[in-house]
Design a protein. Structure first.
Length: 119
């Protein structure tokens, strides 16, 4: 299955990042949850560091564009096949940089992609 890194993961079950991470797990995807608040999403611990992660297929973003600046180099270092910019996370300059690096950029909702079998 496609290994997915959820950046901006929240332990708050009302947040879309939580819902997406939970649904990814429910659909059988391996996830790594990275955030700024400690907690868990089901049985996955939300990590507060920026670990080396091999074999990343997808990064799904739940950070507003202003907060992405601190994450850009890290995301590129993961060498994902694609980055999903969920609603409200669109960042034209970062998207263009990713495209130049050969990384697929999608402006989409992870939840919708999963539920419509387009993930």
């Amino acid at each position: 299955m496609k290994k997915t890194v959820v950046i901006g993961a929240s332990p708050n079950a009302e947040r879309y990042s939580y819902k997406a991470a939970f649904l990814l797990q429910d659909y059988g995807y391996e996830i790594v949850a990275l955030g700024v608040r400690a907690g868990n999403i089901a049985d996955v611990e939300i990590r507060l560091d920026r670990p080396d992660i091999l074999g990343v297929d997808t990064v799904t973003l739940y950070l507003n564009p202003q907060r992405q600046a601190d994450w850009m180099d890290y995301i590129i270092s993961l060498n994902p096949k694609r980055v999903i910019f969920n609603p409200g996370t669109e960042h034209i300059e970062f998207e263009q940089l990713l495209i130049k690096k050969g990384i697929i950029v999608e402006r989409a909702c992870t939840l919708v992609l999963l539920r419509t079998e387009q993930y």
